[in-house]
Ligand binder design. Structure first.
Ligand SMILES: [Zn+2]
Length: 376
């Protein structure tokens, strides 16, 4: 059966338009978008108070850490968080981990997430993700300075039709990093400049450097001189790349990466996670001014009260609502290469339809009361 759906506003072509009626077929594929003079003259329209947007794309998540919700206290800083996650990680059974992931997946779907870029360390949740209504891109991450072989994660990626990616520019040695940059065709997703200690490591100082020295670990990649140069000299042209967090990125980092890698790069911001761990904010204004393509991720429940895209949008502060909504939808879809099917309300797509309730429709901004819920 067809459905005809309208709200105060709908996000069409990146703009919030009034008086839009969206018609879908029984499967949710959009078959018509109309803008009638007056909604009340339209027959059998379901009207919702609020804003209709396409299903959202969570551009950075670790569903496998859902069982750590509330396990790590806020405000411990980057090093404290890394230490805590190592401490609490082992104390849960596979059944507990799967149950928490199931609940988080169901809530994300109900709140309107359509696709997720999901980082994984093992295959425990693959069946849950394959059976989910949400479309997951799983990226198995390579991690650890003493871990030089990419064989096992590439085998896992192959077996599960997934991708493989280096965790970050500070935790992976040169050879595995370069191998993964050339492995497969899926996007890469790299944790990037989440804390000052990453760039400091390349300058021979800071918290990571002290930790590695204490452990007797050596890095064979510091000749790149900065994390940004390591990215541009390792990632081949034409490869989609998600750079995640970017809190400490400088204008010269951004300029170099945008110049060398162009529109293949998406800057993925997870402000709730940054707030939770270190009370820092990503440099939203600078990234906007430098023309970056920005997307939004929730990160994991280890460092977020809730995997909420709306909460993350709200935390990005004083950004126009149309722009924010594009970051949460089409930009994430482009980063994952699924923009021909998802991420915008267009005839022929089946993007899901989501209602944002409680926004201030005079000032056009998100409020504390804002919630999202799935309509289709
Ligand atoms: Zn992450």
């Amino acid at each position: 059966m067809k459905r005809r759906i309208a709200a105060h506003y709908a996000l069409i072509n990146g703009r919030l338009e009034r008086n839009i009626v969206i018609t879908t077929d029984a499967e949710g594929t959009i078959v018509a978008i109309e803008q009638p003079e007056a909604l009340d003259s339209c027959a059998s329209v379901e009207f919702y108070p609020g804003i209709i947007i396409p299903g959202m794309v969570n551009a950075h998540c670790h569903l496998e850490l859902s069982y750590l919700g509330g396990a790590i206290a806020e405000g411990q800083g980057f090093a404290g968080f890394a230490r805590e996650i190592g401490r609490v990680r082992g104390g849960f059974s596979d059944a507990e981990r799967r149950h928490a992931a199931d609940m988080a997946d169901a809530l994300m779907w109900a709140e309107g997430v359509q696709a997720v870029a999901d980082i994984a360390n093992d295959a425990l949740l693959m069946d849950i993700k394959k059976g989910s209504n949400i479309e997951y891109t799983t990226l198995f991450e390579h991690f650890g300075l003493n871990n030089l072989s990419t064989e096992s994660i590439c085998a896992m990626a192959e077996q599960h039709d997934a991708a493989a990616t280096p965790h970050s520019t500070y935790s992976v040695q040169d050879a595995p990093f370069r191998e993964l940059c050339h492995y497969g065709k899926a996007p890469l997703s790299v944790h990037f400049l989440e804390s000052p200690s990453e760039a400091e490591l390349y300058r021979g100082c800071g918290g990571l450097k002290e930790w590695y020295d204490r452990m007797g670990w050596e890095c064979d990649f510091l000749h790149y001189t900065t994390p940004a140069r390591r990215i541009t000299e390792s990632v081949p042209n034409g490869r989609n790349l998600l750079l995640v967090h970017c809190c400490e990125a400088t204008p010269s980092d951004v300029e170099l990466i945008n110049r060398e890698l162009g529109d293949r790069v998406t800057w993925v911001l997870c402000p709730e996670s940054n707030r939770y761990i270190s009370s820092v904010k990503p440099p939203v204004e600078m990234l906007r001014e430098m023309g970056c393509s920005i997307a939004i991720g929730t990160d994991s429940k280890a460092s977020a009260r809730h995997l909420s895209m709306v909460e993350n949008m709200r935390l990005l502060g004083n950004v126009g609502l149309e722009e924010l909504l594009c970051w949460a939808t089409i930009n994430g879809a482009k980063a994952l290469g699924v923009e021909n099917r998802l991420g915008s309300i267009e005839v022929g797509k089946r993007p899901g339809l989501v209602l944002i309730e409680g926004a201030d429709l005079h000032e056009m901004r998100l409020t504390e009361e804002c919630r999202s819920r799935r309509l289709i």
